[in-house]
Design a protein. Structure first.
Length: 78
């Protein structure tokens, strides 16, 4: 379904894609590395080291659950 076919004949999604491609072509890969680094530093400064420990633990728990579920499926199919 078109998001916004108006006078310009372009959807919001199409405009966003074109804008993103233009930024990519003008600024290059390093630009994205820099803004990612700045964002990571801002999160670090705002939330601290414990935040990363917490999300790492949550991710590890999820991986453990997925591995156990996979093992159970394998055993059930034998």
């Amino acid at each position: 379904m078109p998001e916004n076919k108006g006078k310009g004949g372009m959807t919001v999604r199409e405009a966003g894609r074109k804008g993103g491609e233009k930024v990519r072509d003008q600024r290059g890969h390093g630009f994205y590395e820099e803004i990612g680094r700045k964002g990571g530093e801002a999160v670090r400064d705002a939330r601290g080291h414990g935040f990363y420990e917490e999300i790492g633990h949550k991710g590890g728990q999820r991986v453990r659950e997925l591995i156990e579920a996979g093992k159970k499926k394998l055993q059930a199919s034998d």
